[in-house]
Design a protein. Structure first.
Ligand SMILES: [Ca+2]
Ligand SMILES: [Ca+2]
Length: 291
C-alpha cells in the first residue's frame, strides 16, 4: 500500500457507497478558505493520507469484526511497545485496519470538529503523522459523538446486561464510571461466549515526573511522556455480574457501541469531492496567473 500522499486522479471515481451500520450526520465540510490558508502557509498541494479504495459495507465490517476477535494477539504496537490509553487503542486498531484495506475514516473531536479524514492531507504528512494527531487529540469522551460511533441499542441510552450479552467482537464498550454522562473509559470486545465477554483495553496513567509536566505530552503516543499503558485482557461474567479484576460491574454504566461507518463513507466521498473542486479552481487560478 503506497503511503505517500498521492493525489487522486480527477477521473478516479469514488468507490460505491454501500449499505452498512450507522447513519449520516449533518457535519461541516472543509471550507475553501481553510484550504486556501493551507496553501498560503506553504502547503504545495492537498492530497490524501491514504486513498479510499472501497467503502464500509456489511462485508468489510464483518472483516473488521474478525480482526477484532484476534486483536489480543495482534494488537498494534507501532510505538511505545504496544502501550495505549483506552481510546487510543481502539483508534490505533481501527486506523491500522482501515489503512490496510483502503477504507475511509472520519474521526471527530473537540480539537477538530470537522473531523480527521483519510481523504484530507493538510500537508506532506504520512500515516504515522495522521495516527499521532488523531490519537493525541481524541479523548474517550469523543467516542460518545454520533459522528464517531452509534449506540447499538438506541432505544436506551444506557446498556443493560442483555445488551452486553448481544455484543459481538469489534463492538466498543463505552463506560461512564463516574456517572456524569460522558464516557471515561473504552474497551474493544474480542469475544462473547455464553456468560463470558472478553475485552482488550489500554489505560492511561498520568506521568507525574516534572520533565513530563514541563516538556512532555502525555496524550501524544510518540512522546516520551505518553501516559498509555500496556494492553490488558479482562472478562465480564454476565451470569453473576463479576469483573475479572475482582470487582462487580454495573451494566447500566456500559453502552454497547459501534463505529459510524455510514457517516465515514459519506464524509470521505464529500471530502474527496471538496478537495478535487478546490484543486480544479486552484489550477484555473494558476493558469490565469501564467497567462
Ligand atoms: Ca487520546
Ligand atoms: Ca464519566
Amino acid at each position: 500500500m503506497p503511503m505517500q500522499c498521492k493525489l487522486p486522479e480527477e477521473t478516479d471515481p469514488f468507490p460505491e457507497l454501500m449499505s452498512v451500520f450507522g447513519e449520516v450526520i449533518d457535519q461541516d465540510l472543509l471550507p475553501n478558505s481553510m484550504l486556501d490558508n493551507l496553501e498560503a502557509y506553504g502547503t504545495k498541494d492537498i492530497g490524501q493520507i491514504w486513498p479510499t479504495t472501497q467503502t464500509w459495507s456489511h462485508e468489510t465490517a464483518a472483516l473488521y469484526r474478525e480482526a477484532a476477535a484476534a486483536a489480543a494477539a495482534t494488537a498494534p504496537g507501532e510505538d511505545n511497545q504496544g502501550s495505549f490509553s483506552c481510546e487510543d487503542f481502539l483508534l490505533a486498531f481501527l486506523l491500522e485496519f482501515s489503512l490496510k484495506h483502503g477504507l475511509p475514516v472520519h474521526i471527530t473531536n473537540g480539537a477538530f470538529p470537522r473531523g480527521w479524514n483519510n481523504e484530507f492531507n493538510w500537508g506532506n504528512h504520512d500515516y504515522h503523522d495522521f495516527r499521532t494527531v488523531v490519537l493525541k487529540t481524541t479523548a474517550a469522551s469523543d467516542l460518545d459523538r454520533n459522528e464517531n460511533a452509534r449506540n447499538l441499542f438506541p432505544q436506551q441510552d444506557r446498556g443493560n446486561i442483555e445488551h452486553l450479552r448481544q455484543a459481538q467482537p469489534g463492538d466498543l464498550f463505552l463506560l461512564d464510571q463516574d456517572d456524569n454522562g460522558a464516557s471515561d473509559h473504552a474497551q474493544l470486545v474480542t469475544s462473547v461466549e455464553q456468560d463470558i465477554i472478553t475485552i482488550t483495553q489500554g489505560n492511561f496513567v498520568r506521568n507525574a515526573e516534572l520533565s513530563c509536566t514541563l516538556f512532555g505530552d502525555q496524550n501524544n503516543p510518540s512522546s516520551f511522556c505518553y501516559g498509555g499503558q500496556k494492553l490488558a485482557e479482562r472478562t465480564y461474567q454476565t451470569e453473576n455480574g463479576s469483573y475479572s479484576n475482582g470487582n462487580s460491574f454495573i451494566a447500566n454504566n456500559i453502552r454497547v457501541s459501534f463505529w459510524n461507518f455510514a457517516h465515514w463513507n459519506y464524509m470521505a466521498a464529500q471530502t474527496r469531492q471538496a478537495v478535487n473542486e478546490w484543486r480544479r479552481a486552484r489550477k484555473q487560478r494558476l493558469n490565469y496567473a501564467h497567462w
